[in-house]
Design a protein around this ligand. Structure first.
Ligand code: TYD
Length: 217
């Protein structure tokens, strides 16, 4: 019988949780709260993100988010995939094999939503590219923080930070991204937990804890 840990598409002994959603949906806050709760229970957690979860990834992140001027759609998709390939191989998979819980801000669903539906490439080809990069690894749970794109924009404006290349896109682009995320969640209901990112932070955190707790039970 095949050894589960040797199959690159499985998460081995660990648990792989990803957070997805538009810019300004509160993913980082929820990732931090979930990490705190799990650590309190004595779990070993690796909190990470894409793009930029490794040293190589930090350099790729600088290009994809802050390069001045256009990047051809296929090149952009490949840059995210390159970041992902290195991140999964060198950081995420080793953590899962140790039995750790990985909490990751964005993964392949972001590529499908942003590079696929948001740009000119097709969702399925972008997904296939990501799956190739990550040797088929899918999360055990993906938390989608769903938020109306105009509310998200108001939050980002209030934070007054410098917009990256993707955030600077028009509202219509972010509307397409949001619908793409919701379609992905509808297609894989057993992997996704969709929460209303307009709810209070502690209400969302409690919903997330319930679901993660049932996965751990
Ligand atoms: P993120 O680090 O979440 O930025 P922020 O902290 O500003 O929310 O993500 C950076 C941007 O990269 C975000 O606009 C979404 C985009 N992105 C893609 O377009 N494709 C991808 O595969 C990933 C992982 C992110």
């Amino acid at each position: 019988m095949a050894n589960a840990a040797a199959d690159p598409s499985t998460t081995g002994r660990g648990l792989f949780i990803t957070l997805e959603g538009g810019d300004g949906s509160g993913k980082s806050t929820q990732a931090r709260l979930l990490e705190g709760w799990l650590v309190e229970q004595g779990r070993t957690v690796v909190r990470t993100r894409e793009p930029g979860g490794t040293e190589v990834g930090v350099e790729i992140r600088e290009i994809v988010l802050h390069h001045r001027g256009d990047i051809a759609p296929r090149a952009e998709a490949l840059l995210y995939a390159a970041d992902r390939a290195h991140h999964i191989a060198t950081k995420v998979r080793p953590a899962l094999e140790r039995g750790d819980i990985v909490i990751q801000d964005r993964y392949l669903d972001s590529s499908v939503a942003y590079q696929g539906a948001g740009r000119v490439l097709g969702g399925p080809e972008v997904r296939d590219l990501s799956l190739w990069a990550a040797e088929g690894l899918l999360p055990d749970l993906t938390i989608l923080l769903d938020l109306d794109e105009t509310v998200a924009r108001t939050r980002l404006d209030a934070a007054q930070k410098r917009f990256d290349r993707l955030e600077a896109e028009a509202g219509e682009f972010h509307g397409r991204v949001r619908r793409a995320f919701l379609d992905l969640a509808a297609a894989e209901p057993e992997r996704f937990l969709v929460v209303d990112a307009g709810d209070a932070v502690d209400v969302i955190a409690a919903t997330v804890r319930d679901r993660v707790g049932s996965l751990l039970a």
